[in-house]
Design a protein around this ligand. Structure first.
Ligand code: CU
Length: 149
């Protein structure tokens, strides 16, 4: 029993060490208007952070489209409001908005997309949120982006 718990501790320890240097934000957004994760941890020391989004649903982008926007939590509401004005042709993001740290295009069921940004755009310990800026979705489709050094 003692050996087993030591082994488990070892596994958990390794898992945490890996998470500390994570450079990928991988999310799924489905027809139920949900992301599969509520929290993702990335490192500000990553030269490049990759945002990966897949939509395992069936509904088209115009009806149940999803994107991923990375921003400071305090900017989420304003970015979402401006994104609605920008519309679907602009992926519900105002491209000139300096508050948007990163964003993917809007995809529908069966599609995948990704976007990259430098880790240095994030500050370790900062208050960041990932969310979908499709109108009405950020109420449910959001999560905490934890940033380590
Ligand atoms: Cu969405």
């Amino acid at each position: 029993m003692k050996i087993l718990s030591t082994l488990l501790l070892g596994l958990f320890g390794a898992g945490h060490a890996q998470a500390a240097n994570n450079c990928t934000i991988a999310l799924k957004g489905d027809d139920a208007m949900k992301f599969d994760l509520k929290e993702v941890t990335v490192s500000a020391s990553c030269p490049t952070i990759t945002v990966q989004l897949s939509h395992p649903g069936k509904m088209p982008a115009a009806a149940m489209g999803h994107n991923v926007v990375i921003a400071a939590t305090k900017d989420m509401d304003a970015i979402t409001r401006d994104g609605i004005k920008a519309g679907l042709p602009n992926n519900y993001v105002n491209k000139a908005d300096p508050r948007v740290i990163a964003s993917t295009k809007v995809i529908g069921g069966g599609e995948k997309t990704s976007a990259n940004f430098p880790g240095k755009k994030l500050i370790a310990g900062g208050d960041y949120t990932f969310f979908c800026s499709f109108p009405g979705h950020s109420m449910l489709m959001k999560g905490k982006l934890v940033v380590t050094k």
